[in-house]
Ligand binder design. Sequence first.
Ligand code: NCD
Length: 357
Amino acid sequence: MSEETAVRPDLRQSERFLSLYTPPKIDGNFTGKHIISVEQFDRRDLQILFDATLSIRRRMRQHDRGLLALTAGRLMATLFYEASTRTDLSFQAAMRHLGGEVVAASNGVQFSSIYKGENLADTVRAVGCYADVIVLRHPEVGSSYEAAYYLDLLREQVMRQPLVISGGDGVGEHPTQALLDMFTIFDLKNRIDGLDITLVGDLRHGRTVHSLAKLIARYEAQDTTLNFVAPKELSMPANVLNYLEGKGIAVNETDNLYDVLGQTDVIYWTRIQEERFADPASYDAIKGDFIMTPAVLAEAKPDVILMHPLPRKHEMGTPADHDALDADPRTVYFKQMENGMLVRMALLAKVLGGLWV
Ligand code: NCD
């Protein structure tokens, strides 16, 4: 990780854990594994997880009470040092739909011992003493690696393995978002192979696009093209581009959306990550670039899908533009939301040992 990912110097404490801790490969078996990077998954693991997600969706639609047994008696803690709506609530809903319980700091982590200056390593171990699995969102790259490192040390003391699942680490990765995004593409397009997929917006700071691009490489997608559309200042970091090299995926970088708009099968729009800019003037200079509106979408294929991890702001135009876009059947971001909960249900059931899903 270097300058090109624009990590603020005050947010670099956890970075060294990227080399100190290697996340375990799933290798067909999810039980007892931390989930902190898409690099843990391969094509077969994704097929297993997506099959489990389809089974859970079927059972949810049938109101199958048997789901309530899958994590019964298990406890999930949420530890969110950054704002969240979807990731936080979808994990909580997922755990409850499986019969598990959820705890969180009563008034948010800002009123926990963080306020007294406690470091992440200690907070995570304290929570690991209470919970089976911790969902962690933190502003620093490497924070989930650090959590995994210390939870492994805690194992000896509590005689069980508390787990961490990353809910996003700064400008680094957001693995469960990539899992739900890829599931959504499968669900709606029935394949990843052969697709032309376009990621647009703040590719520099956007962790969702870092994880999704890498996950497509982990899937060993065949004949897939990835278009990265961003202003030059916000282009995809070199570490992600290097990861994609030699993986058989055609990568195409441009700052002109219209180079690819008419031919692409999947458009993944993103927010300019205002909170991650060190200098507000550079945010202001760029924020007007790439606005999705009904007029822009009109230029895309009739069977394109338009995705967005949400939240959305002005990069999807005015509130009236939002409403008009939402009325177009090609926009699928609320399907992504529902899939987020379903994929997280499958993941929780699997890491906590519900192998029969
Ligand atoms: C994203 C995130 O937090 O990285 N949101 C999410 O989890 N759905 C995207 C964003 O904040 O722009």
